[in-house]
Design a protein around this ligand. Structure first.
Ligand SMILES: NC(=O)c1ccc[n+]([C@@H]2O[C@H](COP(=O)([O-])OP(=O)(O)OC[C@H]3O[C@@H](n4cnc5c(N)ncnc54)[C@H](O)[C@@H]3O)[C@@H](O)[C@H]2O)c1
Ligand SMILES: [Zn+2]
Ligand SMILES: [Zn+2]
Length: 374
């Protein structure tokens, strides 16, 4: 079938993207779903920094690629072998398909699925195939989703069925920002009730982490960013303290405000300077968690002795260490009860045609979550 999709042909085009237009809205061919796959009508897809990182070349991927990975939609058709979804079901996409058989999958860590990581790097679905074409050329899938499009064919194992009462624009962000941010707090760090938390980088992921930390009973939730508007917004969401990390004294200011640092610091900016702040404001015996995905050549270094003598822990968190089919429904339930008000992170709804302008706003750090509605 013919569909409209936002396709990236060249990484590293100059900003502003409103002028260079890295994403072209093109009419492309989408093949029918095959064994284990599902055809979706995409209803909403959020703009995440991980899309921006492909556009700006920080996360190089094979080109051309149809971007978008934080998507929600309605099942239109199921391929052979898909017995537990039917047309009309509402689903959220997870950006790591899990095979269910590899060692990490068997250990209950589907975010680390080995075939899932391999196909995501290659830009295919879990089957190793691509279902998108433009004339005779194949188009790669982004993280098994390619959600900035009217329709998508995705692996069943990339999907979680969700409550149809939740509007698509709100439920879409559970697929990446919410799973990543809340999951980092409750799954990766498993913070303790009453503990002190800092979040460095207040985008969709960081603000989700902030809401997760409040919900999980952190006694102090410190928000850190380089954008004063984000600090103000974090305060409205319930941050107890805010610090501007453009201030060169930010580490000592947070340390003195917290009697030596926080129990848990989360780096959610995707930048080494943010990780340095997060590590610097973690207390003796504390844990620093990073969800950021900076360019693969960027190195974070720290004094080894601090790890030993202060019994520090540094942890990475991918997809919030979530089991999507378990955690997305749990987080949605908390949202429905008003205990995880992630709908407040939706700053803008835009059309597919406005997507390059949307990425300019994300790159300027102005947006919490911008969602394309279709
Ligand atoms: N681990 C995962 O599974 C996963 C999932 C989604 C996104 N990510 C990554 O998480 C990061 C954040 O994603 P997002 O969509 O929330 O990004 P975003 O662009 O919406 O937000 C990033 C925020 O960090 C702030 N920032 C930048 N440099 C900073 C610094 N030095 N100190 C403090 N704040 C700083 C920006 O002002 C902005 O508010 C990205 O690297 C993204 O690729 C990881
Ligand atoms: Zn994402
Ligand atoms: Zn697996």
């Amino acid at each position: 079938m013919k569909i409209r999709a936002a396709v990236l042909h060249d990484m590293e085009l100059p900003k502003p993207y409103a002028e260079s237009k890295p994403l072209k809205i093109e009419t492309v061919e989408l093949d029918p779903p095959q064994y284990g796959e599902v055809l979706l009508k995409i209803k909403a897809a959020g703009l995440c920094h991980s899309d921006l990182s492909v556009i700006n070349g920080s996360r190089p991927r094979p080109m051309p690629m149809a971007l978008g990975h934080e998507a929600a939609g309605e099942v239109v058709e199921v391929g052979e072998g898909v017995t537990d979804l039917k047309p009309g079901d509402h689903v959220v996409c997870s950006f790591v398909p899990s095979c269910g058989h590899c060692l990490p999958c068997q250990e209950g860590r589907p975010a680390l699925c080995e075939p899932g990581a391999a196909v995501n790097n290659e830009g295919t679905l879990l089957s190793g195939e691509r279902r998108l074409h433009l004339n005779d050329a194949v188009i790669h899938h982004h993280l098994g989703v390619s959600g900035f499009a009217e329709y998508a064919v995705v692996a069943r194992n990339s999907l979680v069925k969700v409550d149809p009462e939740i509007p698509f624009d709100k439920v879409a962000i559970f697929g990446c920002a919410v799973m990543t941010g809340v999951g980092a707090v409750v799954n990766t760090a498993r913070i303790q009730y009453g503990s002190t938390v800092a979040v460095v980088g207040l985008g969709g992921v960081g603000l989700s982490a902030l809401l997760g930390a409040i919900g999980a009973g952190a006694s102090r939730v410190i928000a850190v960013d380089i954008n004063p508007g984000k600090l103000e917004f974090a305060k409205e969401l319930g941050a107890t303290d805010t610090f501007d990390s453009r201030n060169s004294d930010v580490i000592s200011l947070v340390r003195s405000a917290t009697h030596g640092g926080v129990d848990y610091a989360f780096e959610t900016a995707g930048a080494v300077p943010a990780m340095e702040v997060a590590y610097g404001i973690t207390r003796r015996g504390g844990t620093t968690v990073t969800t950021g995905l900076p360019h693969p050549t960027h190195q974070f270094s720290f004094p080894q002795v601090s790890l030993t003598a202060e019994e520090r822990t540094i942890k990475g968190s991918y997809v919030g260490s979530c089991v999507p089919a378990r955690d997305i429904p749990r987080f949605i339930e908390l949202y429905k009860q008003g205990r995880l008000p992630v709908e407040r992170l939706l700053t803008d709804k835009i059309s597919l045609e406005q997507i390059n302008e949307g990425f300019d706003r994300l790159a300027r750090g102005e947006a919490s979550r911008i969602v394309v509605t279709l």
